[in-house]
Design a protein around this ligand. Structure first.
Ligand SMILES: [Zn+2]
Length: 229
């Protein structure tokens, strides 16, 4: 498996929940030509879904305008209403996943191929529903802190969350490495965390550092992960 133009390194991002802060994050990704997959809960994709996180107001966006906002990036399943899926009966697990796929396909007029588990939790019944519905990869909240290609795409581990203390160290390692086999740098998070932690500057620094490099392929999750399927 090579990435386009025989590149051996790929960078991809994954951000969850479809909140207002995604607007700023998309701008940042677009400025640096980086690609992200956004994982959405179509059953509660409304400004009425709001909460507070350490004094910062967090609200999901309304659906109108999202297709334009996320243009050029990938949309993936995060379940209809963000429950702990493994706590539900199998029929409700199916409803949470299948109806999210249908809604997202309708809203974004695109093929839905991926998922991020709400809270990162799941069981075998959840994995079976994904298989039955042609979902090809599903992200957990585990951090591998490496760039290795993974074979079990339905229990995918990110390289790291953007708050990982080793983030810049990993970025430097990734930029300087000259691999003989394909490597993926996969970063995930929630955009509201940049407001909560006051860390937009750090994220922009990271994006600038990783961008515009000839030996790195910049793709959405599916563009990076599904090159062989
Ligand atoms: Zn979430």
């Amino acid at each position: 498996m090579f990435f386009p133009n025989n590149k051996l390194k790929a960078l991809t991002f994954s951000y969850d929940d479809g909140v207002e802060q995604d607007r700023r994050l998309v701008k940042l990704f677009n400025k640096y030509h980086l690609k992200c997959t956004f994982n959405l809960n179509s059953g509660i994709q409304s400004g009425s879904s709001r909460w507070e996180n350490q004094g910062v107001s967090v609200a999901r966006m309304n659906v109108q305008g999202l297709k334009e906002l996320y243009k050029g990036h990938e949309i993936a399943v995060h379940s209809l209403t963000h429950p702990k899926l493994e706590k539900l009966d199998t029929e409700t697990i199916e409803n949470e996943i299948v109806q999210d796929i249908i809604n997202l396909q309708n809203i974004f007029d695109c093929k839905i191929q991926g998922m991020a588990y709400p809270y990162g939790t799941y069981d075998n019944r959840v994995i079976n529903v994904l298989k039955e519905n042609n979902i090809k990869y599903a992200r957990t909240v585990k951090e591998s802190e490496n760039f290795n290609i993974q074979s079990n795409l339905l229990e995918l581990e990110a390289t790291c969350h953007h708050t990982n203390a080793n983030l810049m160290k990993l970025a430097e390692e990734f930029v300087s490495m000259n691999p003989e086999e394909p490597k993926i740098f996969y970063i995930w998070g929630h955009s509201y965390e940049f407001d909560v932690e006051g860390r937009w500057d750090r994220m922009e620094k990271l994006c600038a550092f990783l961008s515009n490099r000839e030996d790195i392929f910049y793709g959405t999750n599916s563009e990076v992960l599904l090159r062989n399927s």
